[in-house]
Design a protein around this ligand. Structure first.
Ligand SMILES: [Zn+2]
Length: 252
């Protein structure tokens, strides 16, 4: 199994333990190292660097940070991404989150910064990990225009758009919130298996109420997809692994 989207750095001092336990269950964890509030990408990078190989890093800028419109920070993160462009498997997460960005000013900042990093992904020839909430269509149109390969992480938008995303060769992350987010379940019911990866978004989105989420809980998403689709666990496990390896070009 591969967890295609986690944030192990958010466990701070416990991150090494979480990695060691994850190794017992998973082939790899794609960690989206993302600039967000006090989580600076350069610090998270140093924390996770000893585990690269098993931990496969991306670098990005959270939409909920982007709404603040801090361009000084954007430039610093951009420089860091350029410096490590050959070591990352994608650029992200980046995107739009209109659930949290309520004012026009915040949405404008999000859009400008999203497009800034989208252009960077094109320039560096990297696929993107997207965070899109209440703005899925707009994000989809932007990546189509840019011509990048994309992974919609924790997608909870409309079902018909999910199918369109898949038809256009992108992938969608079904997360461990599958049983408490109706939209995630609906998408899991209809998406072609070759368009699905599984993810935890750990430490968020635990399938077990009130608990922190860990990368090995990705097993929960595999099991539920298998049950919902009437497929074998191993078939879903193998397909989602294959999809993650192909999309990110993982060497494992
Ligand atoms: Zn995330």
């Amino acid at each position: 199994m591969i967890d295609a989207h986690a944030h192990i750095e958010m466990f701070r001092g416990k991150a090494p333990e979480v990695v060691e336990e994850s190794r017992k269950h998973l082939k790899a964890v794609v960690d989206s190292i993302t600039e967000y509030r006090k989580f600076h990408v350069w610090k998270s990078w140093e924390l996770l660097k000893p585990y690269f190989g098993f931990v496969q890093p991306t670098l990005g800028y959270a939409p909920n940070e982007a709404r603040r419109g801090n361009w000084e920070k954007v430039k610093k993160v951009e420089a860091f991404i350029r410096e490590h462009a050959n070591e990352i498997v994608a650029l992200g997460e980046i995107g739009l989150d209109f659930h949290y960005a309520k004012t026009e000013g915040e949405r404008r900042s999000q859009r400008e910064i999203f497009h800034h990093f989208l252009n960077l992904a094109v320039e560096l020839n990297l696929p993107v990990v997207l965070h899109a909430r209440d703005a899925e269509r707009e994000v989809f149109e932007a990546i189509q225009r840019a011509g990048v390969r994309a992974y919609f992480h924790s997608y909870s938008g409309p079902k018909d758009l999910a199918l369109e995303i898949a038809e256009n060769g992108h992938i969608i992350g079904i997360n461990t919130g599958i049983d408490f987010i109706p939209a995630v379940r609906e998408v899991a019911e209809v998406l072609p298996l070759e368009s699905i990866v599984v993810e935890t978004d750990s430490p968020y989105m635990s399938p077990y109420r009130g608990e922190k989420n860990y990368p090995w809980n990705v097993e929960y998403a595999v099991r539920r997809i298998a049950e919902i689709r009437g497929l074998g666990f191993e078939e879903v496990e193998r397909a989602t692994e294959r999809n993650a390896i192909k999309f990110f070009g993982l060497k494992i």
